[in-house]
Design a protein. Sequence first.
Length: 362
Amino acid sequence: MNTLLVDIIWFHAPVLLLVLTPETATSWWYMGAVSSSSSRVMCNNVPGLVTRQRQLCQRYPEIMHVIGLGVSEWTTECQHQFRHHRWNCKTLERGQSLFGKLILRSSRESAFVYAISSAGVVFAITRACSQGELKSCSCDPNRKGPSKDHRGSFDWGGCSDNIDYGIKFARAFVDAKERKGKDARALMNLHNNMAGRKAVKRFMKQDCKCHGVSGSCTVRTCWLAMGDFRKTGDFLRRKYNGAIQVVMNQDGTGFTVANKKFKKPTPNDLVYFENSPDYCLRDREAGSVGTAGRICNQTSRGMDSCEVMCCGRGFDTARITTMAKCECKFHWCCAVHCKDCLETVDVHTCKGFRDGAWIDKT
Ligand SMILES: *[C@@H]1O[C@H](CO)[C@@H](O)[C@H](O)[C@H]1NC(C)=O
């Protein structure tokens, strides 16, 4: 290569990059895919990290590993919550965005994803602290010595989940992405990130063990533990249903409720700006993969019914035969013997065709 060519490449490369990627749909969400590699490689291979996140990544590689493993946990929870819906929190195998362009939208669904992902980070870090997996944290150091509750006095003992550490780190890491240009979407994301962190804290519960003469409970040891992540998922799902549409206020420093008839959002509420697409068709710009091929329920009258799920396009039916246990009998004592039976079920999947044309918006 002659030097002139090298000069041109060096000179133009950054410009080209800017032109080709005006707004990249990348995020730390992608860390789930690369968390198995070494930390130096990982921190440089997640294109969505901003400088501050990259610094934290290099400084706390073990926490990044925990965050990366946590990605599959909160995406699974998201998919569970939306399993009967057209938008089902499906992650994309290819591309470094996990949810496609959904990350660039400000819909109710993006509000949910931001909230549950930030909740997932709190949960994963806090649990790792308690399990002694991290050098930088352990059980809550403030839950020590004697204390009191409505049942009387007790001693803090065992390991209380250090949720304050989880929340602090999650805020520093996840929110860093939104701190640069504080545009409308950044404000929305910050709000929903916070709602997600608070949701985890809401389900902290106090567990106690009784001591004393024959379990008389004259002495109690207690600790604080996080609830199951399902509880956080259920809670955020209810918040999704009641999410509040907002608009930027006049001076652009915050938002106000779009329809004055509705209540103002509290820190626990999810907020969004734009109405959702119907998610019927594949539309990359809208972050929709469409419902072609989705399984629907012919007898249901809800969101998973074939009518709603397939958006009126109709469905295909496949008869599937599987081997199942049947006619199980209990034999004294103690065994259960079953027969193998063939079981036939009809599985309905949404069509992607209408009038002989493949429906695909992009
Ligand atoms: C289909 O929906 C009906 C009614 O809601 C429900 O009882 C049934 O379990 C569903 N079937 C499947 C396979 O989910």
